[in-house]
Design a protein around this ligand. Structure first.
Ligand code: ZN
Length: 310
């Protein structure tokens, strides 16, 4: 069993438009855009990162916006819901705010004893706010005061068919997660001694395979402290029979990827070097940053990419 994984690092999804996506995360949810760059593998598409002040691992929601992309169809084999933690008494504020902003899919409920407010992102993305005690400092924006602001990720909920669910549970245990609780068809996994973003839920469903599109999660990334621990994880996964990519330099972290048995793409990302690698913390996310291999495309990309008005 591995001990290097701390919890979630980031969650990356697909969107249909950069402007709407940016407005939703920075204005409606009050997160900070911590990086404006491009998809390193397809540089004519943005890669936008939203999180806390510095983009701490465990706080960062990221997007590839493909202009006009059709919506995904939800089903099994995907991350159905990404949940953020908010303070205990914050849900009435959010209920009002999300309703005022005409956010779709608002639904109050509870899971594992905590109050939950489910809602949808601009492309039908599945999100939830979960109440809890959380020591993390939030990014504070104009309209979202500190006492109610999002602290970072709480969990990701994978919706899986029974076989994938069983195999994914085994994988999570191998990665250092322990079965914490069960609530109906949902099993909760937690890294003991992990970060505040150390929860993964598996919802076992009997549903057709999801069809990825705008609003779908593309992959979830797990955090390790450094490259050394990442190599240990990579080796252990490969020894267990997983096909894992070589280590890839993503400028702000190092990444390896592999497909989990339930169909969800997993990444393991390092906490180093972080988003202040090429911008001051005070100005994170303001300029279009390009990796050195794509810097020669800057003129063309600045014309091609949808303008984002903050
Ligand atoms: Zn990633």
């Amino acid at each position: 069993m591995l001990t290097q994984i701390n919890g979630l690092h980031h969650v990356t999804s697909l969107a249909s438009g950069a402007q709407d996506n940016n407005a939703f995360f920075t204005k409606t949810l009050g997160l900070r855009r911590v990086k404006k760059t491009v998809n390193f593998d397809a540089p004519d598409v943005y890669h936008l990162y939203y999180g806390d002040e510095t983009g701490s691992p465990g706080s960062v929601m990221t997007y590839f916006p493909f202009p006009g992309a059709r919506r995904g169809r939800s089903g099994s084999g995907e991350v159905a819901t990404t949940a953020f933690t908010v303070p205990k008494d914050a849900l009435p504020f959010w209920e009002q705010r999300l309703a005022d902003h005409k956010v779709a899919g608002l639904q109050k409920g509870s899971r594992f004893g905590a109050d939950v407010l489910a809602f949808q992102g601009p492309d039908g993305d599945g999100f939830a706010l979960v109440t809890g005690d959380d020591e993390r400092s939030p990014w504070v924006s104009q309209d979202v005061p500190e006492e109610v602001a999002i602290r970072g990720f709480h969990s990701a909920d994978m919706r899986l068919a029974p076989r994938g669910a069983a195999a994914s549970a085994e994988l999570l245990r191998f990665m250092g997660y322990e079965t914490a609780e069960r609530d109906g068809n949902v099993t909760r996994f937690q890294v003991p001694g992990g970060t505040a973003a150390n929860v993964i839920d598996i919802s076992e469903v009997d549903a057709p395979q999801a069809d990825q599109g705008a609003g779908s999660v593309h992959h979830i990334a797990f955090s390790v402290d450094n490259r050394e621990k990442q190599l240990e994880v990579r080796r252990a996964l490969m020894d267990t029979g997983y096909q894992v990519t070589p280590v890839i330099d993503r400028d702000y972290f190092w990444a390896i990827y592999f497909r989990s048995p339930g169909g969800v793409l997993f990444e393991v990302a390092t906490n180093e070097p972080g988003f202040d690698r090429d911008e001051d913390t005070a100005h994170l996310g303001e300029a279009l940053k390009l990796p050195s291999q794509h810097e020669h495309l800057r003129g063309r990309l600045e014309e091609l990419l949808e303008p984002i008005h903050d």
